[in-house]
Ligand binder design. Structure first.
Ligand SMILES: *[C@@H]1O[C@H](CO)[C@@H](O)[C@H](O)[C@H]1NC(C)=O
Ligand SMILES: *[C@@H]1O[C@H](CO)[C@@H](O)[C@H](O)[C@H]1NC(C)=O
Ligand SMILES: *[C@@H]1O[C@H](CO)[C@@H](O)[C@H](O)[C@H]1NC(C)=O
Ligand SMILES: *[C@@H]1O[C@H](CO)[C@@H](O)[C@H](O)[C@H]1NC(C)=O
Ligand SMILES: *[C@@H]1O[C@H](CO)[C@@H](O)[C@H](O)[C@H]1NC(C)=O
Ligand SMILES: *[C@@H]1O[C@H](CO)[C@@H](O)[C@H](O)[C@H]1NC(C)=O
Ligand SMILES: *[C@@H]1O[C@H](CO)[C@@H](O)[C@H](O)[C@H]1NC(C)=O
Ligand SMILES: *[C@@H]1O[C@H](CO)[C@@H](O)[C@H](O)[C@H]1NC(C)=O
Ligand SMILES: *[C@@H]1O[C@H](CO)[C@@H](O)[C@H](O)[C@H]1NC(C)=O
Length: 462
């Protein structure tokens, strides 16, 4: 499978080299140009994946733990497989399907709930849920089912994540999920938008896929909680999180694009599930409006990670957020087709700008974060590649037929298990407490909290 991958990508590179002046000369009116550009960026991204190499973990990018703390947290690998499922869905390029399928299956964990004990020193609800959203996407797109008939279905993996999380909200701050799963982890006292937004997103999508209203009721409860506690305000700003020691009144008002986007796509799925209800239409509209205002400055309309892009003081995690922003905006169009013209008028200039700055590094085509700068900003990594790739391939939706996510009633073939995850028994007493360095690395936004939410990012409020 790898040789196929290399051959196809190499073909793309040759085409690019022969016919283009700059490294990635994207023409968003040309299907071939978009496909070649996305293929090239994907190929470079996958050079970072060492799951096949001795010492690597199948399904996991190099990173902590147990490797030195220079790489990627476990959640980002799950996110990357999701971006490659979208890549396949938009481009029809199957080059990465096998490695994606194997990667997800290798990380389902002992209890088949996307929580392998190997990563329990950094297991946030958001980390687990990013793998859950990837499994959900595989179900929605009829991504080829695992060859092993005994392997869990994609849908059941998403249900397992949902079911294990549905019992975790507690009374602190009036409800909601904590950020971290286990009490010994730094951040267990933090309730945040991404953990709850992922749960909301999966619930809304499961409701739509299965037409089981129980999922929608959990999504409603989660929406009510986040608006009540103020992590989403009346202007539809989505703030990062708050601590239970303050009954969640110490809101950290930094805004990240993936927080807004995960809620937006969930709301759009609720809109679709409810057959276009007025309440979810208004919520979708207002979230969309605010997301575009905050993260796509006029007049360029190019995606911008407002919390950290101007200084490039982004963590490894943050460099990837624009991948979810662009993909989830594109998916919002499918759920609420009337948003098409608005959303595409932001995604298209973003794609052009993203490709234009992929001119860095030794290969002359490495992507950075600063899409609007017209030049490479010197940063590189899986996050930057994933984000640029995503922004490019979503523009195919205006040139070729791209199927909307299926449901069980419209051709989705993944058969679920409403009780998935019931075998989950993570006995925290058996898990050794995290060491100092592990704790320092836990989860998605720990670095942000450690450097002081009110220090570096506290001044940010849009
Ligand atoms: C992918 O395949 C579908 C179905 O054959 C086709 O309609 C579509 O144009 C293809 N997309 C691309 C990007 O080639
Ligand atoms: C890498 O992993 C994929 C997926 O498991 C497998 O299909 C492929 O053969 C492996 N390649 C090598 C070189 O081991
Ligand atoms: C956990 O890591 C070990 C290597 O330390 C590996 O052999 C094992 O397959 C991993 N288990 C899971 C569920 O990832
Ligand atoms: C704590 O916060 C929740 C959610 O905002 C609120 O409903 C509750 O009244 C607060 N409790 C106290 C004691 O202030
Ligand atoms: C939406 O409409 C379909 C088809 O009429 C129906 O089966 C479904 O129950 C409706 N969903 C809701 C949430 O009302
Ligand atoms: C729900 O999504 C489907 C698939 O994209 C779309 O055809 C339908 O119009 C959407 N429903 C509403 C109410 O927009
Ligand atoms: C957002 O809402 C404001 C106020 O209603 C409106 O002026 C603006 O055009 C909207 N922006 C988008 C992108 O919909
Ligand atoms: C999904 O659809 C299949 C057949 O199309 C049906 O057998 C099954 O009961 C459906 N599942 C749910 C949860 O509705
Ligand atoms: C709907 O989902 C809930 C929550 O997982 C589950 O308990 C219930 O059995 C499901 N209902 C059906 C008909 O599958």
């Amino acid at each position: 499978m790898y040789s196929t991958t290399v051959t196809r990508a190499a073909t793309a590179l040759l085409l690019t080299a022969n016919t283009m002046v700059s490294a990635l000369d994207l023409d968003i009116t040309s299907v071939e140009s978009i496909k070649n550009t996305a293929a090239t960026i994907a190929y470079d991204m996958m050079l970072e994946y060492k799951g096949n190499v001795s010492g690597g973990y199948i399904g996991v990018l190099p990173g902590p733990p147990p490797n030195p703390p220079t790489g990627y947290y476990w959640w980002e690998s799950g996110a990357m497989w999701g971006s490659l499922i979208d890549y396949w869905h938009y481009t029809n390029d199957t080059s990465y399907n096998d490695v994606t399928s194997a990667g997800i299956q290798a990380q389902v964990g002992e209890d088949i709930d996307m929580m392998p004990s190997n990563w329990s020193q950094s297991m946030g609800n958001d980390d687990q849920a990013f793998w859950g959203m990837t499994a959900m996407l595989a179900a929605e797109y009829n991504f080829p089912a695992p060859a092993d008939p005994k392997a869990p279905s994609w849908l059941s993996l998403a249900q397992a994540v949902f079911n294990t999380q549905a019992v975790r909200p507690d009374k602190e701050c009036g409800g909601g999920l904590r950020w971290q799963v286990f009490p010994y982890l730094t951040g267990y006292d933090y309730k945040n938008s991404i953990a709850n937004g992922c749960f909301f997103n999966i619930g809304a999508r499961l409701a739509r896929y299965t037409n089981n209203d129980t999922y929608a009721q959990h999504a409603e409860t989660t929406w009510n909680w986040i608006t009540n506690v103020g992590l989403m305000d009346a202007e539809y700003n989505v703030y990062d999180g708050a601590h239970i020691g303050h009954n969640c009144t110490d809101i950290n008002k930094v805004q990240f694009s993936y927080n807004s986007a995960v809620w937006l796509l969930g709301a759009a799925n609720m809109y679709n599930y409810t057959n276009g209800s007025a309440i979810w239409e208004e919520r979708t509209n207002r979230l969309l409006n605010r997301t575009l205002q905050v993260f796509f400055p006029e007049p360029q309309r190019v995606a911008y990670e407002v919390a950290c892009e101007s200084t490039l003081k982004c963590t490894t995690d943050m460099f990837s957020f624009k991948s979810y922003l662009t993909r989830w905006l594109a998916s919002t169009i499918k759920m609420a087709p009337y948003t098409h013209d608005t959303i595409m008028s932001y995604l298209k200039p973003s794609a052009v700008a993203a490709a234009q700055q992929c001119i860095g590094g030794a290969n002359g085509r490495t992507c950075g974060l600063s899409w609007n700068s017209g030049k490479w900003d010197g940063t590189f990594g899986v996050g930057q590649q994933m984000a640029a790739m995503s922004s490019v391939f979503v523009t195919l939706a205006d040139l070729v037929p791209v199927a909307a996510p299926f449901t069980n009633a419209t051709g989705g073939t993944s058969q679920g298990n409403p009780n998935a995850g019931s075998g989950s028994h993570h006995d925290t007493s058996l898990i050794k407490p995290a060491t100092g360095s592990d704790r320092a690395g836990a989860g998605v936004v720990t670095a942000l909290i450690l450097i002081g939410a009110t220090g570096m990012f506290g001044w940010m409020s849009i």
